[in-house]
Design a protein around this ligand. Sequence first.
Ligand code: ZN
Length: 560
Amino acid sequence: MNKLLIALALLLCFVLSCKKQQEESVAKMDLKNKIDRFAPTELSADLSCLSRDDKIVLDKIVQSAELMDHIYLHQVWNGNYDLLEKLQKNTSEEGKLRYLYFLMNMGPWSQVDNNEAFVDGVPKVKPLGANFYPADLTRDEFENWVKNLPVSEKEKAKGFFYVIRRDSKGNLITVPYSNEYRRWLEPASKLLNEAAEVTTNKSLRKYLKLRAKAFLSNDYYESDVAWLELDSPIEVVIGPYETYTDELFGYKAAFEAFVALRDDEATKELEKLEHYLQEIENNLPIDPKYRNKKLAPLSPIRVVDLVYASGDGNHGVQTAAFNLPNDERIIRDKGAKRVMLKNVQKAKFEKVLIPIAQKVLDQSQIDCVSFDAFFMHILAHELMHGLGPHDITIAGKATNVRQELKELYSAIEEAKADITGLFALQYLVDKGVMDKKLEETVYPTFLASMFRSIRFGINEAHGKGVAIQFNYLRKQGAIDMSDGGRFKVNRIRIKDAVKKLTSMILIIEAEGDYNKAKSLIEWYGNINPATQKTLDEIKDIPIDIRPVYKLIANLPNRIR
Ligand code: ZN
């Protein structure tokens, strides 16, 4: 090779490697930007209230919970586990970022970017049926197969706790979770049994023992009931629950764990609210004939601080509250339980809501934004779903609000829970049950949080419900815009406007009036240019948090 050619070859190599470096750094930047949308936040709780034994119990439960990560990875995609090991070996800076983002998503698809793949060599589109079904299965094939099965087999095929596989001849078969995931369920079960031996709390011991048994027997009914009755300083839920990962049919439950400590102080605040529910109902701003004479009994609510979450309970945007179980048989027989993760809410408040408040609120009201008000309103929102009209009579016919409002129901019901929540808190302040200070804080806090709810659009029920409230309150002069384009609560008008909107929405529900619901949404359920301008200004504020759990530093099987 002559010198010129060598020089050219060297130049080409240089150019190519430069280009490669450039591409890599763009890819790295991109990945880093993606990760930075989630603010890292240490989550923990006050462990000092736990006895020495309780700490051992907690440690064993967390170890068991950690195994849910392994199962969940396996459930999301059949290539996930091998990919995890491959990504783990790449210790370059970019490799580490990719591994981190993989774990944040529990797979190679970025959830907040419409599941766009961020690792080379994986399917471009996330498999709808995850790894619950054979990769080549179509809806039609499944349905034709199920159609001809005997009833008991049909139940399994569509059931929460069976995966669908092919036998050696290619025929579809059901495999119980207890077999499919035995490799992880056996040690998880053993750890729960060990924890059960140590705990002195009866309801916790019962749940842990029954859940340990369910992991091996594949029958979850009894342990789900025991979870509803669980009343212990350590609040834990572990096992297969939500079905969102199965986007093909929504039948199959994904493994998750939430390990938390009960927050006794917040629970007392909650009881205070619960105590006045019937009285609030009796004073709702609607015709007395629409009020419930006797409210239906409440499902229990627990307020806790999360110390560890795994599997389906820890990816993408973080869960701040959940309602379980999903098994209709249990809900019918025993009801459900709602768990509010207070420290997760607080982290979201600090890392997302405060920065939003600083950009959208008028200077004079930024300091009014408070976590206590934020959390009280979340609790009130949850409770208000239980108040107001549900079963209604239209033209002599018994029906319910959901049926009458059809596809508009969710947005209207979410708006109702928010606005009636404000009404209820004001009622309790006026009565002297709640601190007068709440009146100062709750409205500006809600105003800032409205921007948090609508910043990603109003296609979903919560966002649309919030847009209705925001625009209505603006129209009523209860939210003003200051010269700098920032928003502020009009203290003179807000109370009346809240009461009026509460009344309007409750009457729509009481009368099951689809047309009125539709015009309310058409009038108010949108984003106008001034609001959009403000939304553009907050687009760089984190979407959510990335939890860092202090407690798990020394776990043996840890992948996170
Ligand atoms: Zn709600």
